[in-house]
Ligand binder design. Structure first.
Ligand code: SF4
Length: 308
């Protein structure tokens, strides 16, 4: 989209607009496309810094995964985004621009259907700027994507979850648990030391009670670290009785980090234990592997995929 495309405006006005204003503030530094239809943009922001955002095609779904901060302060040990800490929060305008730039990748007869705020950054650490951006996305005069099709992913910051509860939002909440006990989670998600799994579960339950939105818990499965049968048993005990979905994501290795994809046999056993405990579990397909679709990977790597 450019001023030149606004053919309902007089040509002279279009020229004047193009001379005086810019339509896009963010610059697309790279645009990668994977054979499965996933597309990823690396953006350079007007306020400084680079972020990634992704378009995923799945049947009729057109989902986007957007970033909320430059870098991330949560320090999850297996994640490329947090390796250098956080630089700053994205502005509301920068978040909206991610959505619009991804929408532009679709043909004219297709619309974005779902948004997940699961890219770089901790969304609940930037609620002041994120909530107005999501309000624009869900407004029928904006992108018209209902709150029920928008998911906010978080490591679990109870005061911010309670703010969503108070503000009576209907966004889906995806809590990145990654470990069933504080002992293990303190090692994988360092910010947990100041929070604790119990407080996260309690705040999540309050959000569920207020919003009625089914909770999702995310669990990145790391070989030999949190993929053992005893981890599955403790996780089952944590989740039992909660109307929640458990999303297990076999780890996607990151250059320079020591973690590995779990063996298939360990994945099967993990799944079997949870299923026999009655937990609603799904293993998530890793889309866009060939373009480093996991958050923070493109920013740090030299891409090898097709550039467009
Ligand atoms: S996994 Fe998410 S919360 Fe953790 S460091 Fe990476 S971007 Fe931050």
């Amino acid at each position: 989209m450019s001023f030149a495309d606004m053919t309902d405006l007089p040509a002279k006005l279009r020229e004047a607009l193009a001379a005086e204003f810019t339509l896009w503030e963010s610059k697309v530094v790279r645009h990668l496309q994977a054979p499965d239809g996933t597309e990823k943009l690396l953006l350079e922001l007007p306020g400084g810094g680079r972020i990634e955002c992704v378009l995923l095609r799945d049947g009729v779904r057109r989902s986007i995964c957007i970033s909320s901060q430059v870098g991330c302060a949560m320090g999850c040990v297996f994640c490329a985004s947090g390796l250098d800490g956080v630089d700053r929060n994205l502005t509301t305008g920068e978040i909206i621009e991610e959505m619009l730039l991804l929408q532009q990748l679709l043909p004219a007869d297709e619309r974005l259907s779902h948004i997940v705020v699961m890219g770089m950054g901790e969304p609940l650490a930037n609620l002041d700027n994120l909530l107005p951006a999501l309000a624009t996305a869900s407004d029928p005069k904006g992108l018209g994507i209902s709150q029920r099709r928008i998911t906010i992913s978080t490591v679990g910051l109870p005061p911010a979850i309670d703010r969503l509860t108070r503000e009576e939002t209907s966004y889906n909440l995806a809590v990145s648990l990654h470990a069933p006990t504080d002992e293990l989670r303190d090692q994988l998600v360092p910010v947990n030391k100041a929070i604790g799994v119990d407080a996260i579960m309690e705040a999540s339950d309050r959000y569920f009670e207020a919003s009625g939105r089914r909770l999702t818990f995310e669990y990145v499965l790391l070989r030999g670290v949190n993929d053992r049968p005893e981890d599955a048993l403790e996780l089952a005990a944590r989740l039992r009785g909660r109307p929640a979905l458990l999303n297990v994501i076999p780890y996607n290795p990151v250059a320079g980090l020591p973690y590995e994809t779990p063996y298939f046999s360990a994945q099967s056993k993990f799944r079997e234990i949870l299923e026999s405990a009655g937990i609603n579990v799904q293993f998530r397909e890793r889309k866009g592997d060939s373009i480093n679709a996991a958050c923070g990977q493109l920013r740090r790597s030299t891409p090898t995929a097709t550039e467009a």
